[in-house]
Design a protein around this ligand. Structure first.
Ligand code: KG4
Ligand code: ZN
Length: 343
């Protein structure tokens, strides 16, 4: 059994967690920064980086105290090294290097996207490789064939906005508070998903990718008419996103023999998304796996777990490992128009 300290600071959540290779989370803590970024309607990198510097050390102390663990008990330290907002990424990475150096323990640099990609295996003991993964977060919207730890083949990505980004922007248009995903979901609960006609970009398209920019513009126009109830716009928008995710995932499933469909990333916390993809898996006779909501949004348990998976394979890193703003899971995948601009 290996004990890993996971550290995360690549966006607007500071997080630390103690995770074991036999899937126990001894302690974990996440502190968001929603209030600090709310006036700006999105994450301000400089504010985020400074907040991580202030908060992460306290969270590390907290989880170690809670679990009664001291640095010499650790087998390794897993820290997110990208992709993300570089100022923030550097905080957890350097904290991890400092601890590794002081305790004489190995450092494991974790790709944040690999944290999301492997997170379902922390919660679902029976989930083996390979699986088809829909990774939907604030910065990414991808379909990946996951063959094993470190083995990712990208089948599709977004040509413009990520799904979570679309939620955040639509929420802003509706005057809702940041982050937009949970706010839209709450408002949509009392709305009619058929009330506002909205486009479903690339639905039924031969190309495998996602697109949400046209949907976002249509929401803007629907808001501007003043003719619709906000809850109806929210519900119709959410339904349009769900329809796009299901359609693109169904297309990928049709040409894959992966036995399991997996959904992960912040948008996978959305109830409508979870249900629609569960139904798709059932229709397609695939096993379905989605982590609990708290494990979908950013956290350090998934980073500690990815660290544990890498540690088991002997994949440790040097203390001069770089922080990476951009770090695709599938390094061989061709860039598509507009994608990869955002972290
Ligand atoms: O994975 P995550 O926490 O951070 C990134 O790595 O990006 O994902 C954050 C994104 C945000 O865009 C947020 O609005 C969205 O996930 N999100 C949701 C929900 N909870 C978080 N979107 C829709 N419904 C939700 N319940
Ligand atoms: Zn994330």
């Amino acid at each position: 059994m290996a004990l890993i300290l996971g550290l995360e600071s690549s966006c607007d959540d500071s997080a630390a967690a103690l995770v074991t290779s036999d899937r126990r989370i001894l302690a974990q803590a996440v502190v968001g920064q929603d209030a600090a970024h709310r006036p700006y309607g999105g994450v301000v990198p400089e504010i985020a980086a400074r907040a991580h510097v202030e908060r992460l050390p306290g969270l590390i102390r907290q989880v170690m105290a809670e679990a009664g663990v001291v640095p010499s008990d650790l087998d390794a330290i897993g820290a997110t090294a990208g992709p993300g907002l570089i100022g923030g990424v550097m905080v957890a990475l350097l904290a991890g290097k400092g601890l590794a150096l002081a305790a004489g323990k190995p450092l494991i640099t974790v790709n944040h996207l690999e944290g999301h990609a492997l997170s379902p295996r922390l919660a679902d003991t029976g989930l083996g490789f390979p699986y088809l993964l829909l990774l939907v977060s604030g910065g990414h919207c991808q379909l990946l064939l996951v063959g094993g730890v470190g083995q990712y083949r990208r089948l599709a990505t977004t040509i413009d906005d990520a799904a979570g980004e679309a939620f955040d922007k639509a929420a802003k248009m509706l005057g809702l508070t940041y982050p937009g995903g949970p706010a839209i979901e709450a408002l949509a609960a009392s709305g009619d998903p058929r009330a506002v006609p909205l486009p479903r970009p690339l639905l039924g398209s031969d190309e495998p990718h996602f697109s949400f920019a046209g949907l976002k513009s249509a929401v803007q126009r629907a808001v501007a008419t003043g003719a619709h109830r906000p809850e109806d716009i929210a519900a119709s928008f959410q339904q349009a996103v769900v329809d796009c995710l299901v359609d693109r995932t169904a297309r990928a499933l049709a040409s894959s023999d992966a036995p399991t469909l997996v959904v992960a990333g912040g948008v996978a916390a959305n109830g409508a998304v979870r249900t629609a993809l569960a139904e798709l898996a059932q229709r397609s006779s695939r096993r379905y796996s989605v982590p609990p909501g708290w494990l979908c949004t950013d956290n350090a348990a998934m980073i500690g777990w990815a660290g544990a998976e890498r540690f088991a394979l002997g994949l440790v890193d040097r203390l001069d490992a770089p922080a990476r703003a951009r770090w695709p899971l599938d390094e061989r995948a061709e860039p598509v128009r507009g994608a990869g601009v955002k972290a």
